[in-house]
Design a protein around this ligand. Structure first.
Ligand code: PLP
Length: 467
């Protein structure tokens, strides 16, 4: 399997190269040259398999010969062995139609562990093979940072610099990053929003004075390997609910469009998905794009679901590329115009293509709180604000009552316990595995929202690619 850039101007790479590269040199995102296809019998054969085995089967076509079957199986065992639930991502039934897929049983309590635990192992394996040093630079709206730091802390040949918007993430999220004391981990609080931090990271990837000396890589969902690992749980859940004989819908609390794009790939691979519900909070650029063709940025409004407080969804570019005929020059021109004008219109043909896969909904804070109370009263489940946005959208959208709707439960409620307590009166308890978080000492640097300050910090501390 080879990978090409959505902007058509980077040499094709194999899976090992694309994993270490992150963003393409032309500013685009990597996608496989074609979607692998599973037939019904492939999906039938997944029934009853442990998560790690489903993972190896779903990911194999994307990885090709870069890892042997044994190597891949071992990495999956190792990555998913660290999860605190035997099913890794268990399904929970709420009523006759609504289900939750709990993706938060990893070490940092959010779904991002599912992909990043594997990515950390892939980095280590590939860097040892190449005898190279990697500098991971990322921006986090909260959960990516802690999951990436947990996955990379103390690993050889890699440093991680993680930018977060100062004061705009929960105390649990911040402490999960800033209390990890490893010599290869640097936490930076930026004066600004997540989008400001993300823009600086993107700029650093295109800055020759940085990339000429350091091998810079990404761990946010612009990294292909991360999306790939997220395709797995769509197959895993659908298989348990009767796939391929029965269609399943998924409701996905969405920010950067990574998680829900993984669902789109699952559908392209042959999983019979009825619809993917793109659930946004009041930062609703994706809902506007999918319902009215209007992809234009507004200002970010901080909410109780901070991992979705995003007005530019990086992975949407992967969808645009795919539904516009995989024409890199077209996507490059479209994205250049968007970066200049901060808005983009989707034409009717593109919207029709997207409509075949997606529905969308915007969930305001009142409906989010109502969904939390509904889950509590109807099913005895305490859910986090992000999950509640997904569930609210799932319950508001008209889908045939014979089709199960699976809401991706993206965070453990204890990660956002103030918001959960406000809505439900219940203060969730931190699981034992991270219970001493508030007794550990924090360490992080604060920097202004200024590119040069961040660049100087990173280049002063990072290790050169061959160093
Ligand atoms: C990251 C995150 C999301 C959004 O996922 P995307 O892949 O960015 O769309 C939703 N919920 C939680 C808890 C998250 O951490």
């Amino acid at each position: 399997m080879e990978y090409i850039s959505t902007r058509g101007n980077s040499a094709p790479l194999n899976f090992e190269q694309v994993t270490l590269a992150g963003l393409a040199g032309d500013g685009g995102l990597y996608v496989p040259t074609a979607w692998p296809k599973f037939v019904a019998a492939d999906i039938t054969a997944m029934a009853g398999l442990p998560y790690a085995e489903v993972a190896a089967r779903v990911m194999k076509p994307f990885i090709g010969d870069v890892l042997s079957d044994d190597e891949l199986a071992e990495l999956c065992e190792q990555a998913y062995g660290r999860f605190a639930h035997a099913a890794v991502t268990p399904l929970v039934q709420l009523d006759g139609q609504q289900w939750l897929l709990e993706l938060f049983h990893g070490p940092t309590l959010a779904f991002k562990d599912v992909a990043l635990q594997l990515l950390g192992l892939l980095f280590e394996k590939f860097l040892a093979r190449q005898d190279k040093h990697l500098t991971v630079v990322g921006a986090t709206s909260g959960d990516t940072g802690s999951a990436a730091i947990d996955a990379l802390a103390g690993r050889d040949k890699v440093d991680i610099f993680m930018l977060h918007p100062d004061g705009r993430i929960s105390d649990v999220q911040r402490r999960q990053m800033t209390t990890v004391r490893a010599p290869n981990v640097y936490n930076i609080a930026i004066d600004g929003s997540f989008d400001d931090a993300q823009a600086m990271v993107k700029r650093m990837f295109a800055d020759q004075s940085v990339t000429g000396k350091f091998a810079i890589s990404a761990v946010n969902s612009i990294n292909w390997a991360r999306l790939m690992a997220q395709i797995v749980y769509y197959f895993f859940a659908a298989s348990q609910l009767g796939s391929p004989l029965r269609k399943v819908a998924f409701s996905v609390p969405t920010g950067n469009f990574g998680d829900v794009f993984a669902g789109y790939v699952a559908a392209q691979m042959g999983l019979p998905i009825e619809r993917l519900i793109v659930a946004t909070n009041v930062n609703d650029i994706l809902h506007r794009a999918l319902s009215a063709g209007d992809y234009s940025t507004g200002t970010v409004t901080p909410t109780a679901a901070p991992s979705m407080d995003i007005q530019v969804s990086s992975n949407f570019e992967r969808l645009l590329f795919d539904i516009e005929g995989r024409d890199g020059a077209k996507t490059a021109a479209r994205m250049a115009a968007f970066e200049k004008n901060k808005n983009m219109q989707l034409d009717t043909a593109m919207r029709e293509q997207a409509d075949a896969f997606f529905k969308s909904a915007r969930v305001d804070p009142d409906d989010m709180a109502l969904a939390m109370r509904w889950a509590q009263e109807e099913a005895g489940q305490i859910i986090d604000p992000h999950t509640a946005i997904g569930l609210s959208a799932a319950r508001s959208i008209d889908i045939d009552s014979a089709v199960p709707i699976v809401t991706l439960a993206t965070a453990h409620p204890a990660k956002f316990r103030d918001a959960v307590e406000r809505a439900t009166g219940v203060r969730p308890i931190l699981p034992r595995r991270i219970g001493d978080l508030f007794d550990r000492e924090e360490a992080y640097d604060r920097l202004p929202g200024d590119y040069d300050a961040v660049k100087d910090f990173v280049t002063a501390k990072a290790t050169p690619a061959n160093g």
